[in-house]
Ligand binder design. Structure first.
Ligand code: NDP
Length: 498
């Protein structure tokens, strides 16, 4: 991949890739090296105003086009990503620091799958219709679904194109035009998507991308009166601030926020599978996944042997240049984030926790010697109430917490302000169902982790979010239903009833 394509990330407004109105830019750093990749156009109110104007202009034609027309364009966009899968994957790897294998096998294929899925989902969306027979009336109630208008989509840096498309695909499929913002930390693949949108002939103004910082470009999107709905994925504090700005104007919001997810391992589980599952859940993407299983709850009877084996497994993970095929653990996304994770490890020590392995800076020699690498850490010795077990660290740090029985496992699992996801490892179907029902989370995986069917609901309870995405839920968020109640003469002119 030609690194020149990273050197200047631009906005995509009204079908054109453009610089900021006043020419302002911010820098983009490669996490694996700490070196400059190039500049990003830094958007704010002026660029968001332009983007909203373009989206508003494009809305009537896009909203009134058929689901099939919109679906075909989304499928072409998906194909454009698949045709350049290696370029997109390399760009994501370089921009984010994640291993190339993850970008190639997960992030980019799932980004294309999001576009393809919603291209189809909009075609097959069912409208509701109820016949209502009353003593004196016969009625048909038909629910019309109208695109809500211009949609604002804001996504984070951890799964950049994957989560960006998870938001824009249903919005576009539902007939909305979009003003979207990727994270300033990982802007590159959204810019590549803008180029692909030009190549496949997406009409100007249908998809607009404003690059730049959350406090400037993101805040301008949230507060803009021309934007009808905000779909946001990011941190809980940012979500709360967005909700407080959107609520007074009754702007519809969908919030996918943080997590402190439990992996619960019962002694009757297939321990080999549970161990591998727990390791993947905790350390994939350097632990920077909202669904990461950062609290590993293990039944007391097996906790010592499980801990020993987990430490062995984690210590053998291949840390290296994200561009190398053999790398399992890449770089954290930024030097600020590395510092934040290190601070959390210091909190763990101060609270009396023991770090059994990892938690050390470990940039590989050579090209990556200035990169933001941290070896995966396993922490023990802390109660459920400790800050380390309560706060989202969003890095390669997992704690092990022993439990005595099913009830105490559930109690510990629910003892956090978050409720995004959980995974339960057990050989008993009865136990799996009992525990799944009592866990406060939007998603529970049993004997697996992070398996997704895009038709299923996705979201969090408690402080992990508001609303649900996935399948029909994603589409209906971007639609405004209207019930049309039609009274009709079911008896006809010859009826003798009175
Ligand atoms: P942030 O909340 O910091 O940022 C998310 C997005 O919001 C970014 O594009 C950011 O821009 C933007 N933003 C920041 N401030 C504002 C603002 N005031 N108004 C509007 N937009 C703003 O989260 P991170 O990017 O750090 O992502 C990590 C967090 O995301 C974690 O808490 C993680 O759990 C959560 N997450 C949740 C998921 C879920 O599905 N529930 C999935 C993935 C992550 P910029 O980066 O440019 O500042």
């Amino acid at each position: 991949m030609d690194r020149a394509s990273f050197s200047e990330v631009l906005h995509f407004i009204d079908g054109e890739r453009i610089a900021s109105v006043d020419g302002s830019v911010i820098g983009n750093i490669e996490p694996a090296t700490g070196e400059a990749l190039g500049t990003i156009a830094a958007g704010g109110q002026a660029e968001v105003d332009l983007a909203v104007a373009a989206a508003t202009n494009a809305l009537p034609d896009w909203a009134s086009s058929s689901a099939d027309t919109r679906g075909q364009l989304l499928e072409r966009l998906a194909a454009a990503i698949e045709d350049r899968l290696d370029d997109f994957a390399t760009a994501e790897c370089i921009d984010n620091g994640k291993p190339i294998t993850a970008a190639r096998q997960i992030d980019i294929p799932r980004a294309a799958a999001n576009l393809r899925f919603f291209a189809g989902a909009a075609r097959y969306q069912q409208d509701e219709c109820y016949r209502t027979r009353l003593p004196d009336d016969d009625l048909w109630n038909v629910s019309l679904r109208k695109p809500i208008g211009v949609a604002g989509c804001i996504s984070p840096w951890n799964l950049p194109l994957y989560l960006f498309t998870w938001k824009i695909a249903p919005a576009l499929a539902a007939g909305c035009t979009v003003v979207a913002k990727p994270s300033e930390v990982t802007p590159v693949t959204a810019d590549l998507l803008a180029k692909a949108a030009q190549d496949v002939g997406l009409p100007a103004g249908v998809l607009n991308i404003v690059q730049g910082a959350g406090a400037a470009a993101g805040a301008a999107i949230v507060s803009h009166p021309g934007i009808a709905a905000i779909s946001f994925t990011g941190g809980t504090e940012t979500g709360a601030s967005i909700a407080s700005v959107a609520a007074p104007s009754f702007k519809k919001t969908l919030l996918e926020l943080g997590g402190k997810n439990p992996t619960i391992v019962f002694a009757d589980a297939d321990i080999d599978q549970a161990l591998e599952g727990a390791a993947r859940a905790a350390y994939s993407n350097q632990g920077q996944i909202c669904l990461s299983g950062s609290r590993i709850l293990v039944e007391s009877s097996i906790v010592d042997s499980f801990t020993e084996r987990l430490v062995e497994r984690v210590s053998s993970m291949a840390i290296g240049d994200p561009l190398e095929e053999t790398t399992e653990v890449g770089a954290l996304v930024s030097s600020e984030h590395l510092q934040k994770v290190e601070n959390s490890l210091q909190v763990a020590r101060d609270e009396g926790g023991t770090i059994l392995c990892g938690g050390e800076r470990c940039a590989p020699a050579g090209r990556c010697s200035g990169g933001f690498f941290l070896s995966p850490a396993v922490v023990i010795g802390l109660d459920s109430g400790a800050r380390t077990n309560q706060e989202e660290i969003f890095g390669p740090v997992a704690t092990i917490i022993p439990f005595d029985d099913e009830s105490s496992a559930i109690e510990i699992a629910n003892d956090v302000r978050y409720g995004l996801a959980a995974s339960v490892w057990t050989g008993s179907v009865d136990r799996a169902l009992r525990v799944s029902e009592r866990i406060e989370a939007g998603t529970v995986w049993v004997n697996c982790w992070m398996k997704r069917d895009l038709r299923t609901v996705f979201g969090g309870v408690k402080e992990s979010g508001l609303g649900r995405e996935g399948g029909a839920e994603s589409l209906s968020f971007f639609q405004e239903p209207t019930n049309v109640c039609i009274r009709f003469d079911s008896k006809g002119p010859d009826s003798t009833d009175e």
